[in-house]
Design a protein around this ligand. Structure first.
Ligand code: PRP
Ligand code: URA
Length: 216
């Protein structure tokens, strides 16, 4: 008898017209650093709205100018935003405005241009990461190597509740993450066609880190 494999957590495609319009502007090769950053931040806020839809709330008694009654307030596990450096930082920086009490972690990874494998160079996570709901941010899910490595770093540190937030994904990367981490839900703005011979997403938006930081 074979043990049934647990089916992977869901993939949510947050293809709201506002997100898609802003993403089209990001894709445009004419879009400069300033606008690219602003758009990435705005899309991240809209994605966070979707990714954080299942946060718990508990009724608390409050007094409006007219009445004292119960209103929902955030409760449950505290939050952590974990940025995959460099490009994920723009997303976490935007999202922390929505959830100012969240702790922020950083995982430094770059993709070797020849092997396309992630190379780890930094990790600094909240000490109580095991008790927090973690939202990992990286605009690009390409081969999936970086996301898989980052999520493994988080699990090794004790994290138990992890969602991955990306702006662009491809089916290959999603499959790789789901195979390695079937418990991790993915929230993405859109799923592009696939990867080119250099591991870049097509039609894509180019190198997200370079476009955010103006390094090319
Ligand atoms: C980009 C991107 C992801 C990774 C995705 O980072 O931000 O982290 O590539 O590719 P993968 O799914 O094939 O692993 P990059 O390595 O260019 O580093 P950077 O953000 O510092 O520019
Ligand atoms: N990383 C990027 O920044 N862009 C891609 O298209 C693929 C990986």
């Amino acid at each position: 008898m074979t043990t049934p494999k647990s089916s992977p957590a869901k993939v949510t495609v947050a293809d709201h017209p506002l997100i898609l319009h802003k993403l089209s502007l990001m894709r445009d090769v004419q879009t400069g650093v300033k606008e690219f950053r602003e758009l990435a931040g705005e899309i991240s806020l809209l994605l966070a709205y979707e990714a954080m839809r299942d946060l718990e709330t508990t009724p608390e008694t409050l007094t409006t100018p007219l009445q004292t009654t119960e209103f929902p307030m955030l409760s449950g596990k505290k939050l952590a935003l974990v940025a995959i450096l460099r490009a994920g930082l723009i997303m976490a920086d935007a999202m922390v405005r929505l959830v100012p009490a969240a702790k922020v972690g950083h995982i430094g990874l770059y993709r070797d241009p020849e092997t396309l494998k992630p190379v780890a160079y930094y990790s600094k996570l909240p000490q109580d990461i095991a008790e927090r709901r973690v939202f990992v941010t990286d605009p690009m899910l390409a081969t999936g190597g970086s996301a898989v490595a980052a999520i493994q770093t988080l699990k090794d540190a004790g994290a138990q509740s992890i969602k991955l937030m990306t702006i662009l994904s491809v089916p290959e990367g999603i499959a790789v993450v789901q195979a390695a981490h079937p418990d991790v839900e993915i929230v993405t703005a859109t799923i592009d066609v696939g990867l080119n011979d250099h591991g870049y997403i097509v039609p894509g938006l180019g190198d997200a880190g370079d476009r955010i930081y103006g390094t090319k």
